[in-house]
Write a protein that binds this ligand. Structure first.
Ligand SMILES: Nc1nc2c(ncn2[C@@H]2O[C@H](COP(=O)(O)OP(=O)(O)O)[C@@H](O)[C@H]2O)c(=O)[nH]1
Ligand SMILES: [Mg+2]
Length: 241
């Protein structure tokens, strides 16, 4: 998981020894924007499925659609035969600031996975070849102490992706024992509850944003009050000018 451009496709291509041209390989599937690639673990030979989910900044979909997609996938996986071994969250070390969009991605990711999943989570930083001197290390230290501290305290690992097959499998790590079906049920239930809460939060912040736009138009057109405000009203005031 991770924002668009954080290197998710690249990570999977390196871990599965695919170059860009073999995407769409017979065994791969890409349904509803979730890409799955079957592969064998480099260490144990166990069969593994590498999964790429879209980031919360996909311009073709709303946050709510992406949330639903990822939550449904997580629930289905917890309830199914697969064992969700490692969740990797990618972050580009070249990013100078934690922009609003990066913060939102991280917040949604944390809130959706929940505290109990933290020991299975690895934050992996990408694009180390594009930073110079101690720039990357300093940025990593700041991220660890400011934005990732709570996750680290809850058992999440932080690693650097060095763009190699070996590094990818080091990050994926030793595959954990299967969870009991009871644990899996609890995880699925947790995801369902948290996704529902997040949807409420998303829709209330969308409403706040809408009120913000209405307020802006009222000020702009010198309107003191509007008794019934909806998006249509704002559009017609805008057109009347
Ligand atoms: N140098 C470098 N480039 C990367 C790395 N990961 C991704 N890229 C490049 O960054 C761009 C976006 O990566 P991509 O894997 O498509 O990101 P996604 O949107 O998260 O799937 C592509 O042009 C990649 O070639 C990395 O670890 N190092
Ligand atoms: Mg991608």
């Amino acid at each position: 998981m991770g924002p668009t451009g954080s290197g998710k496709s690249n990570f999977i291509n390196v871990a599965a020894r695919r170059d860009g041209h073999t995407v769409g390989h017979g065994l791969e599937s890409q349904t509803s924007d979730i890409r799955t690639v079957p592969e064998n673990s480099s260490t144990s030979g166990q069969s593994v499925v590498l999964v790429e989910t879209p980031g919360f900044d996909d311009s073709s979909k709303s946050d709510e659609e992406i949330l639903t997609m990822i939550a449904d996938w997580l629930m289905k996986t917890y309830k199914g035969q697969l064992n969700l071994a490692t969740i990797i969250y990618l972050h580009r070390i070249v990013d100078i600031q934690m922009s609003g969009s990066l913060q939102k991605n991280l917040k949604m990711f944390k809130s959706l996975c929940g505290q109990e999943a933290m020991p299975n989570i690895v934050i992996a930083t990408t694009m180390w070849r594009r930073v110079w001197g101690t720039e990357g290390e300093e940025r990593e230290a700041r991220l660890k102490s400011k934005y990732w501290a709570d996750m680290i305290a809850q058992g999440c690992r932080v690693e650097r992706f060095q763009d190699t097959y070996k590094s990818a499998w080091h990050i994926i790590g030793h595959l954990k024992q299967d969870m009991t079906s009871n644990e899996k049920d609890q995880r699925a239930q947790g995801v369902e509850n948290r996704a529902a809460q997040l949807k409420v939060r998303l829709s209330s912040s969308a409403n706040k944003e809408r009120r913000g736009i209405v307020g802006f138009f009222m000020k702009f057109f010198g309107v003191k009050s509007i008794s019934r405000v909806d998006e249509g009203a704002v559009v017609s005031i805008a057109h009347a000018r």
